[in-house]
Design a protein around this ligand. Structure first.
Ligand code: B12
Ligand code: SF4
Length: 525
């Protein structure tokens, strides 16, 4: 049987990285079936195109996975595929929480022939075999003999054949520039970001988060050997292609078990399996100096930190009181001292937020080492404790917001500001954090670092800006580059004429250094 695994486009950003579930399920498919993959973010398709593809390729089963924000598109594609008589199985966090919606048991249209609940690693081969025999069931759940949910162990993790998978759709280097860039340093003929997981689960239970409910509050890990082997495979591919591969460790909290993380990082270093990597780690775990040393030595370049808010009351409200805003600066400084920078994520529209929250947050951010701040709105995802609380108190304004996905729009009323005010705060956050002045300030604050670091922060900021201001076409990119021409010219000039003196026309560096010194004193105390 030919199987198509399809991931719908998210409607906001182009795909900067493949979705791991597709490659994982492909690797777990019984060998007598053929699996094709389409990621809508890299290969956008509408309903007509997908039905044509399914017919032409003689697909016998379509598997669709989606987060909540892509579910409306996922259902439209599923409906189109089912109209051709081909069966659809759906999986992922959204349908796990609301299987009745996908199966049309809530009074709506049926979108899927079958739904896979939770982690599908162990049940996928059964789904495929049932489908091949024409005996697909409505619901598949990973249960043990006593009928209790069974979380797959990650000790027998399959080998994802990254060395042979076709990855052209995820290459960020334009084809025209590839021959020249292949010759630069170790080769930049291709550049891809590849997702790798080393563990699952998070015990913290933040109120807005799906993870503790979905993956569980106890953590499971792959063996160090299997993670290291995967990195070596990726490294070999990059070398062979005269290109670059960066890894995104997609674990929800990569250092949730600090001892295990340190042992993994040591093994990566010992095996010379270092690639540049990004991971999500909560701020409280980054107090450990040795961990941060190992992060830097093993190739860690960017750490995604869910800071959420600079207001301790907000953090307590969403069960994230373990985040301590008072230590954010010191944590970021500890990373920056090792040339590791942070993607700092903030949520506006929390219950203690009032108008001006974006500027108050930015005032803090400006005093930190440069990073990539991102801003979103508090979103009640189905089945989270947040959703239940807001529903119980009658505060949901769009209880089924996923039916019509609207980026950066609230689905409930905050307590201390209006919905419109919350939207304006997010807009303010993005506009001011990614303005040409803010980009120039970020680049200047690294005045004492090698040029490469300044170019890195500049390019990363330009790309991250695209989350809120999508730059889909060449013209949009040209406009942004024109707006940032002063910084661009400064960096180009430096590349040709050597380093500049420390900037004197800005108080950035002084303020920054003062704050760093203060933060370090606070931590020492
Ligand atoms: C990596 C990641 C991203 C990447 C996505 C890009 C990418 N290419 O992967 C980035 C960083 C861009 C991202 C962004 C966001 N993300 Co995200 N992300 C994740 C993360 C950390 C890992 C995903 C992953 O690969 N997991 C590992 C794989 C193996 O697990 P899985 O995808 O769930 O697949 C398993 C099962 O679900 C099932 N399955 C999945 N699909 C299918 C399909 C079929 C047919 C079958 C049978 C089974 C099946 O089988 C798989 C194996 O067991 C998850 C958390 C997590 N640990 O999963 C959050 C998560 C998916 N993200 C989440 C959210 C909310 C977001 C954002 C909306 C955050 C925001 N406010 O901006 C954005 C939206 C992105 C966008 N633009 O659309 C939520 C989704 C909740 C929900 N109900 O939808 C999660 C669960 C995190 C959370 N805190 O709750 N994200
Ligand atoms: S620490 Fe991160 S993954 Fe864990 S519950 Fe909180 S938001 Fe979710």
């Amino acid at each position: 049987m030919r199987i198509l695994l399809y991931n719908p486009d998210n409607g906001v950003t182009r795909n900067f990285m493949p979705h791991l579930w597709m490659f994982l399920l492909k690797a777990l498919t019984p060998p007598d079936h053929e699996v094709l993959l389409i990621d809508g973010n890299a290969q956008p398709m509408d309903e007509a195109q997908i039905t044509q593809y399914v017919r032409e390729q003689e697909i016998g089963l379509v598997g669709i996975g989606a987060m909540t924000r892509m579910i409306a598109k996922a259902y439209r594609i599923a409906d189109a595929v089912r109209s051709t008589g081909v069966r659809v199985v759906m999986g992922g966090p959204h349908v796990t929480e609301l299987p009745d919606e996908a199966l049309g048991r809530d009074g709506g249209l049926r979108h899927a022939d079958a739904v896979a609940l939770g982690e599908a690693d162990e049940i996928w081969p059964r789904i495929v075999n049932d489908a091949a025999r024409g005996e697909l069931k409505d619901i598949y759940a990973p249960l043990d003999d006593t009928g209790r949910e069974r979380k797959p162990s990650l000790k027998q993790y399959p080998v994802i054949p990254w060395d042979s998978i076709e990855l052209e759709q995820f290459n960020h280097v334009p084809r025209i520039a590839a021959p020249m860039l292949q010759k630069v340093a170790d080769g930049w003929g291709t550049f891809r970001i590849i997702p790798v997981e080393s563990g699952r689960g998070c015990p913290y239970g933040c109120e807005f988060c799906t993870v503790t409910g979905f993956f569980g509050d106890s953590t499971r890990f792959r063996t160090n050997e299997s993670v290291v082997a995967e990195l070596l495979l990726l490294k070999a591919r990059a070398r062979k292609e005269k290109g670059q591969i960066a890894v995104f460790f997609i674990d929800d909290n990569f250092a949730i078990n600090v001892k295990r993380t340190k042992s993994l990082l040591r093994d990566i270093i010992a095996a010379k399996a270092q690639l540049h990597w990004v991971a999500q780690i909560s701020a409280n775990l980054l107090r450990d100096e040795e961990l941060v040393d190992l992060i830097a030595a093993s190739g860690g370049k960017w750490i995604f930190i869910g800071m959420e808010s600079i207001d301790a009351t907000n953090l307590k409200d969403v069960n994230k009181g373990f985040n301590k805003p008072g230590e954010y600066a010191a944590v970021l400084e500890r990373l920056a001292q090792r040339n590791v920078y942070a993607i700092t994520s903030f949520i506006f529209g929390m219950d203690n937020d009032t108008p001006g929250v974006a500027e108050r947050t930015l005032a803090e951010v400006r005093n930190w080492p440069p990073g990539l701040p991102i801003f979103g709105l508090l979103t009640p995802l189905p089945a989270t404790p947040l959703y239940k609380r807001l529903k119980a108190s009658g505060r949901l304004t769009r209880p089924q917001h996923w039916q019509k996905f609207l980026p950066f729009e609230m689905a409930h009323t905050p307590l201390k500001m209006t919905v419109e005010e919350a939207h304006a705060e997010v807009k303010y956050g993005w506009e001011h954090a990614y303005s040409p002045e803010a980009l120039a300030r970020a680049v200047d604050s690294l005045y004492d670092q090698p040029l490469g670091y300044r170019v890195n922060i500049f390019l990363a900021r330009l790309c991250f800006r695209g989350i809120y201001f999508p730059m889909m076409g060449k013209m949009a990119w040209l406009k942004v580059i024109a707006q940032n021409r002063q910084t661009t010219l400064k960096l180009v000039g430096e590349a040709f004429f050597g380093p500049r003196a420390r900037p004197t026309n800005s108080s950035v560096s002084d303020t920054y250094e003062k704050n760093v010194a203060e933060a370090s004193r606070e931590m020492e105390a």
